[in-house]
Design a protein around this ligand. Structure first.
Ligand code: UDP
Ligand code: MN
Length: 301
């Protein structure tokens, strides 16, 4: 492997879902904070790809124009044909929508919540590696350092993703866990399989395209069989898919350190999981990215 492949490029492709933002100033504020923090700390050029309806795209662009580029980093917006992408995506992710969303198979636009899982099939082949982010994040460190984690991928890793920071999947898998008391499924880290949180994603599109194995799992029969086997019923979109397929195919995922997706939501703490909550929630060391999930406020510092 050449040395070049291991260096950070001059520009990093960043994908952010920003949709239904019209009349939603809370979402716009989150997005502003997210992109401002990205630009503030980045040592490289950022190419923002905004996934959303036309109104939201315009709002995003306006916000990005207002973001201070007086620092070293510059940024630009790349325009995507979202309608075409959503239509292409729709047929590919239909089986996922069936098992991992509230409203299975309804709108084209809802397929966008599964974009990360099949993005390699709907964006230009020239795109190699991208970082996909939630809008409710705040960066405190250079995204180029996050990008360098692509170098830590092991041979079969195609996606980098952090563990879920609450016992969400312990809950989801309760039936399987009851019938299989010695399972790692739903157990906390480091030994268990707590499931994933998709707020920060490192997507190696070349590897996703080339992995016969990964692509074989985007399949109605496979998902039907796996959801049955693990008594899985979800509604969290792409992260449900990643969590479920990782049980039998851990090697596909690079586990991103929690510091790069420090989730703050404590919704599950007082829902009967008090005694184990901290095993999932704790994250030692410096925080590089705050994730204000379930609308949790992010510290000012
Ligand atoms: N999102 C959006 N419009 C919406 C809801 C969500 O664009 O109406 C995007 C946004 O990027 C958001 C992400 O989807 O960060 C995931 O939703 P959210 O962060 O609210 O979920 P949580 O992290 O709390 O589970
Ligand atoms: Mn989020």
């Amino acid at each position: 492997v050449s040395e070049l492949e291991f260096s950070v490029p001059e520009e990093i492709d960043v994908i952010i879902t920003f949709t239904k933002a019209k009349d939603n100033w809370q979402l716009a504020d989150k997005f502003r904070r997210c992109v401002a923090s990205l630009v503030k700390h980045s040592s490289v050029m950022l190419a923002f790809h905004i996934i959303g309806d036309k109104d939201s795209q315009q709002i995003a662009e306006k916000i990005l124009k207002e973001v201070d580029s007086g620092t070293a980093a510059k940024h630009r917006v790349v325009h995507l044909d979202i309608d075409t992408m959503a239509k292409e995506l729709h047929s590919i992710v239909l089986p996922m929508q069936k098992y991992f969303s509230y409203k299975p198979g309804s709108y084209y636009s809802d397929s966008l919540f599964f974009l990360s899982a099949a993005i390699h099939r709907v964006v230009p082949e020239t795109m190699h590696r991208v970082i996909m982010l939630d809008a409710d994040l705040k960066f405190r460190e250079d995204i180029a350092k996050l990008y360098q984690k692509f170098n830590d991928f092991k041979e079969h890793n195609v996606i980098g993703i952090a563990y879920e920071g609450q016992p969400v999947y312990r809950h989801t898998f309760w039936k399987y866990r009851q019938e299989n008391p010695s399972t790692r499924v739903g157990d906390p880290p480091p030994k268990g399989l707590p499931g994933f949180n998709s707020g920060v994603l490192l997507l190696d599109l070349h590897r996703m395209r080339n992995s016969k194995h990964y692509n074989s799992l985007i399949n109605e029969q496979v998902l039907e069989e796996q959801t049955k086997k693990y008594s899985f019923k979800g509604h969290l979109g792409d992260q449900d898919f990643f969590t479920l397929i990782s049980i039998e195919h851990e090697e596909l995922f690079y586990v991103l350190p929690c510091n790069w997706n420090r989730q703050l939501c404590k919704y599950w703490r007082d829902k009967g999981y008090e005694s184990v909550f901290d095993l999932y929630f704790k994250c030692e060391g410096p925080i590089y990215v705050y994730h204000g999930n379930c609308h949790t406020p992010i510290p000012e510092d």
